[in-house]
Design a protein around this ligand. Structure first.
Ligand SMILES: Nc1ncnc2c1ncn2[C@@H]1O[C@H](COP(=O)(O)OP(=O)(O)O)[C@@H](O)[C@H]1O
Ligand SMILES: [Mg+2]
Length: 252
């Protein structure tokens, strides 16, 4: 469903993403995990056709991003890091606008939207988006994206701004979509989120994919003998172990 090969993006002297290859299958929730500035947003922007890679290739649903960009964009769903929405629309107007753009089947889509709104406790569709908090926008963005039932779904830090209950709902909705055949690619800087929500995890640091696998595979990759936590492994891989030692000393 998603195949990226050797994608690279440079901003001036910053190598944001360095020859990265990644694949996501149908029925899979792939977690792209890394610290701030690792290159997660840049990667997701390339995968969704928002940013053009300097080199490398991207194939979504068997279509090459270079020559089928519009068709790909019609078929995928994107929940960006900063949901940019028309602030002077009310929530329900925004949802109608999305339905018109994507020419979805209205009755069916409206039914799904109301189901998702109920799950997320979105009871503010009559209010202007300009009055929404980040979390409220995030939930509406997720709802209007999921109502289209895209077969490939990209979410950039989707749980930022969501309360625990909404994060749990999101997890269940994504699982259901994946079980119905969708491929889900989400980024997060929170290890616990990746661990809870994803079937497979790729760890990115300084633009490089440094480890990839299921939780079990990542754990077994640790240099240590004992039962290491994924958090320790993450810190080990991203070279943050000294940081932890410093913090531990501070507490003494
Ligand atoms: N438009 C841009 N111009 C210049 N540098 C950028 C731009 N976007 C991202 N970067 C840089 O690329 C690196 C990766 O950023 P980003 O992909 O946003 O990381 P993440 O989403 O993992 O926090 C960072 O060093 C960031 O400062
Ligand atoms: Mg980001």
């Amino acid at each position: 469903m998603v195949i990226a090969e050797g994608i690279t993006k440079r901003f001036g002297n910053t190598l944001a993403v360095d020859y990265l290859s990644v694949e996501v299958q149908s029925r899979e929730i792939y977690g792209f995990l890394g610290p701030n500035g690792a290159g997660k947003t840049t990667t997701i922007k390339m995968l969704t056709g928002i940013l053009r890679p300097d080199s490398g290739s991207i194939e979504i649903l068997g279509m090459d991003m270079k020559d089928r960009e519009m068709e790909i964009k019609r078929r995928i769903g994107i929940v960006p890091e900063e949901p940019k929405m028309y602030e002077n629309l009310r929530g329900h107007e925004f949802a109608s606008f999305i339905m018109e753009i994507y020419r979805v089947h209205r009755d069916e889509t409206t039914r799904r939207l109301s189901e998702i709104c109920q799950a997320f406790q979105i009871d503010y569709l009559d209010r202007f988006i300009s009055d929404y908090s980040h979390g409220m926008k995030q939930k509406l963005m997720v709802a209007t994206t999921l109502m289209r039932q895209p077969s490939v779904l990209f979410l950039d830090e989707p749980t930022v701004g969501l309360d625990a209950r909404s994060a749990k709902i999101l997890k269940l909705l994504l699982r259901r979509m994946a079980d119905n055949g969708a491929a889900v690619f989400l980024t997060t800087h929170v290890l616990e989120i990746a661990e809870k929500m994803c079937d497979r995890i790729g760890i990115i640091d300084k633009g490089v994919l440094i480890a990839e696998g299921t939780m079990e595979e990542l754990r077994s990759r640790s240099r240590r003998e004992d039962d290491v936590s994924l958090e320790d492994l993450f810190l080990e891989l991203t070279g943050a172990e000294e940081l932890r030692a410093i913090i531990d000393q501070m507490g003494e």
